[in-house]
Write a protein of this length. Structure first.
Lengths: 477, 277, 98
């Protein structure tokens, strides 16, 4: 305690305050608050008049009774998220097709014609058009439509006031897992983007609980991973159902993985709060705001500007260099095979044990900057290394769902197990580099950044190894 | 200790530029700095968006992992910088959010603090508004969600409320862009000190407490004549608020007395406020 | 009249009570007060989470969810359910002032 002695008058205020404070009773703060609220109540009661006839909250009350009902509450919750996924899957199909027609057939063709006309060296046109351009175009075609549908829908739910109800419904699970009640909110933010989810854990004051929320945020399927799940769900799982039900079944399979993510999030939180990050659960109070009619246009506008375009831009920034890397590694030969082939062959045994393959593991390394490019990389590598006629080395081609299925099963030897494991691995693997960087800036701890990075991979390896072993033991594949 | 009077007028741009800078806000290019405060779920961000449109900038508060949004707007040829404070229920607890909001209003000395208040939960929201009115007298209350209140059969006597609080109250429905022009007008009037505000100051009912407060207020005002919130500072000191104690030690509190033109310290802060304006 | 003192978690849905005392201290106590929960305030049980905890209370027109452990730290005096809550809140604060 530093204190200026003598001549300075200022510290004497502090002395007086200290002296006076000692004489006051302990309930000082209570008295201050009571005085404020007494005035607030007095001012409010003389300013507000109520029409008791109109003063009913019937709509909010009824809706709340349903949305937090022991049975209907969970049905409504599942139904609402299912509808969001279903609209995203069913709605994204046609625009995705149109975009890939435009960008991957027409523009791609024109660019090659232009390159020929300018007589660019093949390595240059290969690197720029077949590498950088195609990777970027793929990401736009695959990502933009589902994002432009998913984000506004999610924002509408948020705007309407539904998300705090989800937190209210699930709070007991989080309490049992020893986490802060607000973790459910940061978890939900993570469904859009994990980096945003990690930032949103700032609403949690206790450092211990905040760390748990940060480490487990990766179990929320982020936007970059939805396309992988949606594609796998559509071509491998939905395709097994009758056509009328296909997109519904696909949506259900995607939702199952998302729910599994919540389960893992709770389990890991539970484990951490009982081992590494032991401590008291801090008290929180959640306000359930009234339902408000969502502002449709405003929501569309802001979610497209704020979320869709920003996330898309980030993905493009990551896809362009990744496209270059893929093209180069597929075209630079080391001995008898390209670098990519060496890598794939090296990782293949591990991939097989996990019910995946070397191509998928390489794709996940390439996709560390952005998960969005997993599928494009998988397809490109599968085709080049499988020697598909017409596929140039390192070229990401446009493919329709049926063709993707054929390429993967016939050239890549994929089975239903590969697809299921890919979906699981998509849930359980390291966060993207942006998220890892965000975790570092938020925690400033190398240790916890490493935990948040490697724990999910370890879990992914364990889970896919288990499913594969079981499938082999039961002779399912 | 004499109060430092800056060579410029009290309404000139950025007379407190240096303290703002410490809070991470550059007042450069703006005639007035406006703070936006309010409870969570009051439509504060809707008001922020309505006022600033796309002229926004999102960053962090210095040294804190709390997001800060900043934006600008122009009204009647004057430029305003709007700083969105974290949504809080109170300013008396110890959370980071509350500290940031409190420090900005106290040390940043914004030209105006807009307090967004939910018309459907007036009583609870007035808790924060009354706390802010103890720190600064340059306040405009944005009585938001007035449409929702009407739907629920709640009618608010805005003139009465404004009289009681001693500051302009603007009824609005920010989602529908209703009340924005009126809000801008009120902000301008308070910023340019065209209207005199007489903020409601909470009295303590406990005689001993009120006595202790007055002893301390006398002493504070003797040393910092013209301090606009001596009562609040006294309240915080009696609560043992360390950051206010620190502000006294390093004399940041002394800087807050500008733009003081008072020669004689007055016991009654309300009169002081009127004298300034 | 009704001197039966109990804690907030004892109330059933639809029932109301007036806070008589907060038994928690420190920041927990301050948080509750910030939300307007202090002696004299009336609360009504509005919703219970489908998993049994937390419970949402109507306080000064807001809906605030509290976990059971928190509700146990709020002592209340139960009141009959059919009295309109709005009158109560004004009444209680009025008596507080006098």
């Amino acid at each position: 305690m530093t204190r200026n002695m003598g001549e300075q008058p200022k510290p004497s205020i502090l002395d007086t305050a200290k002296q006076l404070r000692a004489e006051l009773s302990d309930d000082y703060h209570d008295k201050v608050m009571t005085a404020i609220y007494a005035d607030a109540a007095q001012i409010a009661s003389t300013s507000v008049s109520r029409d008791t006839q109109k003063a009913n909250l019937t709509f909010d009350r009824t809706l709340d009774r349903i949305l937090t009902h022991p049975i209907f509450g969970f049905i409504a919750m599942g139904f609402m998220f299912l509808v969001v996924f279903w609209i995203t899957i069913a709605g994204a199909n046609i625009p995705s097709q149109m975009l890939s027609d435009l960008l991957l057939t027409h523009v791609y063709g024109w660019l090659h014609q232009a390159a020929t006309a300018l007589s660019l060296p093949t390595w240059l046109s290969g690197l720029t058009i077949d590498g950088i351009y195609l990777a970027t175009a793929w990401v736009i075609a695959v990502m933009l439509p589902p994002m432009a549908i998913f984000f506004p829908l999610f924002t509408l739910l948020e705007d309407f006031g539904y998300l705090p109800r989800v937190a209210f419904n699930l709070d007991r699970l989080f309490a049992k897992a020893g986490t802060h009640g607000k973790q459910s909110l940061s978890m939900m933010m993570g469904f859009g983007c994990n980096a945003a989810g990690v930032v949103s854990t700032r609403i949690i004051d206790s450092p211990r609980e905040r760390l748990i929320a940060i480490i487990t945020n990766n179990f929320s399927i982020c936007n970059g991973r939805w396309p992988t799940l949606i594609l796998m769900g559509t071509i491998f799982i939905g395709a097994m159902a009758p056509p009328a039900l296909a997109s519904l079944i696909a949506a259900l399979s995607v939702m199952t993985v998302a729910v599994l993510g919540i389960v893992f999030s709770l389990l890991v939180s539970w484990g951490l709060s009982r081992t590494w990050l032991k401590g008291e659960t801090s008290v929180f109070s959640l306000e359930l705001p009234p339902y408000r009619p969502p502002q449709i246009w405003r929501t569309l506008y802001t979610s497209i500007i704020d979320r869709t375009l920003i996330v898309l831009w980030r993905a493009i920034m990551m896809a362009a260099p990744a496209g270059a890397v893929i093209w180069l590694s597929s075209n630079i030969m080391l001995g008898d095979a390209s670098i990519a082939a060496h890598l794939v062959n090296f990782l293949n045994p591990l991939g097989m044990v996990l019910g995946l393959n070397g191509v998928i593991l390489v794709a996940y390394i390439v996709a560390i900057p952005a998960n969005e490019i997993v599928i494009p990389t998988v397809l490109m590598l599968t085709m080049t290394l499988g020697g598909v006629a017409g596929a140039q080395a390192g070229v990401m081609l446009e493919l329709e769902n049926a063709q993707v299925y054929n390429v993967l099963t016939q050239v890549g030897d994929w089975t239903l197990l590969t697809a299921v494991n890919l979906m699981l691995f998509s849930l359980l693997h390291n966060p993207c580099s942006t998220t890892i960087w965000t975790i570092w800036t938020e925690t400033k701890s190398a240790k916890w950044t490493a935990v948040a990075t490697f724990l999910p991979i370890a879990m992914g390896v364990a889970v896919t190894f288990t499913t594969t072993t079981i499938a082999h033991l039961l002779n399912l594949v | 200790m004499t109060t430092q009077i800056m060579p410029n007028c009290e309404t000139c741009p950025a007379y407190n530029a240096s303290s703002l800078k410490k809070l991470g806000v550059s007042a450069e290019g703006a005639d007035y700095v406006i703070a936006l405060a309010g409870n969570p779920n009051t439509g504060k961000s809707t008001v922020f968006n309505a006022l600033t449109g796309l002229r926004q900038h999102v960053g962090n508060w210095p040294g804190k992992t709390v997001a800060r949004a900043e934006g600008g707007f122009t009204y009647n040829d004057k430029t305003y910088k709007l700083v969105d404070l974290p949504g809080t229920y109170s300013l008396l607890s110890t959370s980071t959010d509350e500290e940031i909001a409190r420090n900005f209003i106290l040390f940043g000395q914004p030209s105006v603090t807009i307090v967004v208040v939910d018309a459907t939960r007036l009583e609870r929201n007035l808790n924060l508004a009354l706390q802010i009115l103890q720190i600064t007298d340059r306040v405009v209350v944005a009585l938001n969600l007035i449409d929702e209140a009407e739907r629920h059969g709640i009618e608010i006597d805005v003139r009465h409320l404004s009289r009681k609080l001693g500051v302009p109250v603007v009824p609005m429905a920010a989602r529908q862009m209703q009340g924005i022009p009126e809000l801008l007008d009120a902000v301008e009037q308070v910023a340019r000190q065209k209207i005199a505000t007489k903020p409601h100051r909470v009295r303590q009912t406990d005689a001993q407490l009120e006595g202790a407060l007055n002893t301390l207020i006398d002493q504070i005002e003797a040393i910092y004549p013209g301090l606009p919130n001596a009562r609040w500072v006294a309240l915080r000191l009696l609560d043992g608020d360390e950051s206010i104690e620190q502000a006294i030690r390093d004399n940041r509190l002394g800087n807050l007395t500008q733009p003081a033109v008072l020669q004689q310290p007055t016991r009654e802060p309300l009169i002081a406020v009127e004298a300034i304006s | 009249m009704y001197k039966m003192s109990s804690t907030l978690d004892q109330l059933q849905r639809g029932q109301s009570g007036i806070v008589t005392n907060l038994t928690c201290t420190g920041s927990n106590r301050r948080r509750l007060m910030d939300l307007g929960i202090l002696p004299g305030t009336s609360l009504t049980v509005e919703l219970t989470s489908p998993l049994g905890d937390p419970t949402a209370y109507r306080v000064r027109e807001s809906l605030i969810a509290l976990r059971r452990s928190q509700a146990q730290e709020i002592e209340i005096e139960p009141i009959t359910a059919d009295t309109p809550e709005i009158d109560l809140s004004t009444e209680s604060t009025e008596t507080e002032r006098s």
